[in-house]
Write a protein that binds this ligand. Structure first.
Ligand code: ADP
Length: 579
């Protein structure tokens, strides 16, 4: 989306960036950064598959966004994840943190592993159970093997050995796992969105514990299964290839009478609880966001297990399901980045307004330095001059400073021109108002109150480009929030952006607990309470459904509009309080 057609936004791709990212951005009217033609820093989005370096965070400019937060390996590397989850499980108990299979980091934990292995064998009449060994820093199934006898455990690098979930839920005999797309918009305050669409990734040979070395039966990685002999075969129920969309999976669950919403909420909790393990150690970096791929395996008791977290989930397009899901995810991710008109101006906006950067990681001195370096003029090409003259015509008073992204991003959405004449406009052109002031609810209850009206607004804006719901309907009081006055009142994040649904914070208590210093105990208490309420509601309603079949449709509808599937789901708290 070029902002209102006036100033194309510019993206910069690092080598190896999946082609679909370029495709989506070009479709939205963006231009690609050309280092030979454009001046340094003259871009709005830098997308890398690998991590950014420190100086890239330090030198970030107000109109720029990066697709990674710093220090993401803390969660993504298998050994770090295992260690973090083990620590949280030790502190807060298995009732909350019992969603990841027991894991040992070898060689360090070899003795501990041996103890557990031996104990299991004694308890199970000589059967030690099944284990899976994975190199800590490889992906796409590389170097993974499954074993049930320690004599087969061999490794020459750091690995984790994890309890193998040997009773996976199967579809027509095939194992599968879920790839859930999660966007962390901010770690401080923690703000998590989960995408309603995702992928189901199948093994391409029937599950069989008698052949542990058959990777096509035990691993669900596409990178492995697309080379399997049955990849193109039309497999019973699964079909050709090895992927479904999450929507298709939901239909399957419905057909089996499985309560998908309880399952989905458990997955929500896994995501939140996992991100809590490291959220407070990530430096604040409002110009960054992170797309994670959470791999979830469901066992035959419908318990979801976290297998791993990917910080650069695969975005290659191998099949129709990939195209639908991944393009949608990238589009919605760009919407979450909340670009505004002024971002199209880049260095020009910077020169005019001479605003200070308030949103980067660098020290004030490094900020000044990088800004000064950036302002040194370079020769401007003809094409560029043309673009800049068109930028001149933009009225400066209409611009909202992107450097206060914390306030702006957490509140608003950029609207398609078609929506901009409606009452849903959220960026005010009011000249009396400071460009830093934005309208929106200032507390969770206001947000909840207003949600009904937003649904109407969303329904009216039905085109793809208008998908961002405006949280600020006209009836809302202007916020007390003012960056200038240095007050620390916080604003609430959008409930939904495209198909990304806000899953954390999920009520007023978690919202408050995530401001300033993250209050993990309160958050855990709320997660626990929510889960108990939801479980109780589900059991209770299931009982009622059996007693009275007539009411089942209504109940189902209420459930169905809870978290996934619907375009305008109610808040979880709304559901729980009325149940
Ligand atoms: P990679 O990063 O190499 O993809 P994963 O941890 O995602 O490593 O494991 C690859 C695949 O192996 C998973 O998609 C899943 O099918 C299977 N797998 C991994 N861990 C387990 C486990 N503990 N129990 C059952 N299956 C597992």
């Amino acid at each position: 989306m070029a902002t209102n057609g006036s100033a194309p936004l510019v993206f910069r791709l690092h080598e190896n960036t999946p082609e679909v990212v370029r495709e989506v951005l070009l479709e939205r009217g963006w231009e690609e950064y050309d280092p030979h033609e454009q001046v340094e820093g003259d871009w709005n989005l830098y997308w890398r598959t690998s991590a950014f370096r420190n100086f890239e965070y330090e030198n970030i400019l107000p109109w720029q966004r990066l697709n990674h937060h710093p220090k993401m390996t803390r969660i993504a590397r298998k050994d770090y994840l295992a260690r973090n989850l083990r620590r949280m499980r030790g502190t807060y108990g298995a009732a909350l943190y019992g969603f990841s299979p027991t894991a040992f980091i070898l060689p360090n934990d070899y003795i501990k592993f041996l103890e557990v292995y031996t104990k299991t064998r004694v308890e199970n009449a000589g059967k030690p159970g099944y284990w899976i060994c994975k190199p800590v820093d490889l992906s796409r199934g590389r170097g993974i093997f499954i074993f049930d006898d320690i004599k087969h455990l061999a490794y020459n690098s750091h690995v984790i050995v994890q309890k193998y979930i040997s009773n996976p839920l199967l579809i027509s005999g095939y194992k599968f796992d879920l790839r859930i797309y999660v966007c962390v918009k901010s770690f401080c305050p923690l703000t998590i969105y989960m995408h309603q669409e995702g992928l189901v990734r199948f093994a391409t040979e029937k599950y069989n514990l008698a052949s542990l070395d058959n990777l096509f039966s035990h691993l669900t990685n596409t990178s492995i299964n697309k080379f399997g002999p049955f990849y193109t075969t039309d497999k019973e129920r699964v079909g050709q290839g090895c992927k479904w969309t999450l929507s298709k999976f939901r239909s399957f669950l419905h057909s089996q009478g499985i309560n998908e919403l309880l399952l989905w909420q458990k997955i929500n909790n896994i995501v939140t609880l996992t991100l809590l393990t490291m959220a407070s150690s990530i430096p604040s970096s409002p110009n960054c966001l992170e797309l994670f791929g959470f791999d979830i395996l469901i066992d035959s008791n419908l318990k979801p297990w976290l297998l791993e977290v990917n910080y650069s989930p695969a975005l290659s397009l191998d099949c129709p399901a990939d195209i639908v899901v991944k393009k949608g995810v990238i589009n919605d991710l760009i919407d979450l980045m909340n670009y505004r008109k002024v971002d199209g101006l880049r260095q020009r906006g910077c020169l005019r307004r001479r605003h200070k950067r308030t949103c980067c990681l660098g020290s004030p001195s490094s900020q000044r330095k990088s800004l000064a370096a950036f302002l040194i003029p370079k020769s401007v090409s003809g094409k560029k001059r043309q673009r800049q003259s068109s930028l001149n015509s933009l009225h400066a008073e209409n611009l909202v400073c992107p450097s206060v992204e914390r306030s702006v991003n957490s509140l608003g959405s950029t609207l398609h021109p078609a929506c901009q004449n409606s009452k849903t406009i959220i960026v005010s052109g009011n000249k009396k108002k400071s460009p830093l002031q934005v309208e929106g609810p200032t507390c969770w209850s206001e947000l909840e109150e207003s949600f009904e009206d937003h649904r109407d607004i969303i329904r009216r804006c039905s085109s793809h480009a208008c998908r961002l719901p405006a949280i600020h309907a006209p009836k809302y009081k202007p916020p007390r929030f003012s960056w200038d006055q240095g007050t620390h009142e916080m604003t609430t994040p959008s409930l939904r952006v495209g198909d990304f649904i806000l899953t954390f914070p999920f009520n007023e208590a978690t919202w408050k607990a995530s401001q300033d210093t993250l209050d993990v105990k309160t958050v855990l208490h709320e997660v626990h309470q929510l889960m108990s309420q939801l479980t109780f509601s589900c059991v209770h309603k299931e009982k009622r459904r059996k007693e009275n079949n007539d009411s089942s449709a209504a109940i189902k509808n209420k459930f169905a509009s809870l978290l996934w599937g619907p375009r305008n789901p109610p808040l979880l708290s709304e559901y729980c309080s009325s149940s």
